[in-house]
Design a protein around this ligand. Structure first.
Ligand code: PLP
Length: 403
């Protein structure tokens, strides 16, 4: 009965496969199998102690009631100052919207902007929620391929060619999930030059901007004329190991901020105040936690890239940021998803097929290295052993069990 009652738009809603693979991996663990988790993108560190202590104190203080939908003034002011300083722009608190995680900024900003038929240029492979939200609102996702030969950053000339009278929004994400690519300041400038002054918004997903290992990161919001055309998405999940707290924010022109606040008012009402107060402490307190995490991620990145490149049939580029690697496994002649399923079932390594991030992810898998060095090393051994049993493309070979 219920099937016939579901709204048509639900067919267009996608999802993050990482959560499905996590569930499958947990089921295998429940059967007693040893699994190395490299599917989900969350830091394995604890939230720094002083941030936890502030939340606990705020609970004791009674910070447990409804607060304004777009965020408490203390956090909106703190975020405005933080973004002004880190991006080199002038942000007012009214341009800041606080949300339960960074994801709702995507969901609500796209909902507030996109009419059926509007085109949105978005990275492919890219965070799957982009395309899901675009399609859910009747928009058309126009892929911007991130190619290995271009260091997994988008081709600016291709982007310019794809801008049409229907283009309403361009999504960029640097450092990128799933490739770890970082856009050069020159590419950012060129995109800004192509877009500034036209009726097009840019959603700049900067959630990994504190996890850059090489090169310089630049926010498009700081380019001439771009502040009023940019929505910055950022948050606490990745930088402060606060994924489960659900705390993020967006910076956008005031009229759009007011509408996103209204959508929050209609959905979750507000973000919990004791969590927002912990966010103030995160941004204003000592920053040695994020710095130590970044140094450790960098060490792990170097180990995993080297280890993957030593596995026959695997080629892995060195990502410049975030905590993902996106190795090419096309030598096995199988869809990346099949390689990922095989690695989980036969190798005990949970990872994702590249097409979980769009069609241009075919031939790749994504591994998160937000896990201990010991786990990474064990995972590399398991992958090497499992992949050694897979015939390479072109090699005479029978089908392999589990594939
Ligand atoms: N943007 C990208 C590119 C991400 O990878 C993620 C999380 O995986 C998010 C946004 C959302 O983060 P949050 O957990 O704060 O909602």
């Amino acid at each position: 009965m219920i099937e016939g009652l579901i709204a048509g738009r639900m067919e267009n809603l996608g999802a993050e496969t990482a959560f499905d693979v996590l569930a499958k991996a947990k089921a295998l663990e429940a059967q007693g199998k040893r699994i190395i988790h490299m599917e989900i993108g969350e830091p394995d560190f604890d939230t720094p102690a002083h941030i936890r202590a502030r939340a606990a104190q705020a609970l004791e203080e009674g910070q447990t009631h409804y607060v304004p939908s777009p965020g408490i003034p203390a956090l909106r002011e703190t975020v405005a100052a933080y973004v002004s300083r880190t991006r080199g722009i002038d942000v007012a608190p009214e341009e800041v919207v606080v949300t339960p995680g960074g994801k709702p900024i995507l969901f609500f900003a796209i909902m507030a902007l996109i009419n059926p038929g509007d085109e949105v240029l978005c990275p492919n492979p890219g965070f799957p929620i982009y395309e899901s939200c675009i399609r859910f609102n009747g928009g058309v996702a126009v892929p911007l391929p991130l190619l290995e030969e271009k260091d997994f950053t988008l081709d600016v000339e291709d982007l310019k060619r794809k801008i049409s009278p229907k283009t309403k929004l361009i999504i960029i994400n640097s450092p990128s999930n799933p490739t770890g690519g970082v856009m050069s300041p020159q590419d950012i400038r060129e995109i800004a030059t192509a877009v500034a002054g036209r009726p097009i918004m840019v959603l700049s997903d900067e959630i990994y901007d504190r996890l850059v290992y090489e090169g310089e990161i630049k926010s498009i919001s700081a380019e001439p004329g771009m502040k009023d055309q940019t929505i910055i998405l950022d948050g606490f999940s990745k930088t402060y190991a606060m994924t489960g707290w659900r705390l993020g924010f967006g910076v956008m022109p005031k009229p759009l901020a007011a509408l996103v606040g209204k959508l929050l008012n209609n959905s979750v009402s507000c973000t919990p105040p004791f969590i927002q107060l912990a966010g103030v402490t995160a941004l204003t307190g000592p920053q040695d936690g994020p710095a130590a995490m970044r140094a450790e991620f960098r060490r792990r990145r170097d180990v995993i890239v080297k280890g993957l490149n030593e596995i026959p049939g695997v080629r892995c580029a060195m990502p410049k940021g975030a905590f993902y690697v996106f190795p090419n496994v096309s030598a096995f002649g199988l869809p990346g998803k099949q390689v990922a399923d095989y690695l989980l079932n036969e190798g005990g390594v949970a990872c994702l097929g590249g097409t979980a991030f769009g069609q241009h992810g075919e031939g790749y898998i994504r591994l998160s290295y937000a896990t201990s060095l010991e786990n990474i090393q064990e995972g590399l051994v398991k992958m090497r052993e499992a992949l050694a049993k897979l015939p390479m493309k072109g090699a005479a070979g029978a089908t392999v069990a589990g594939v």
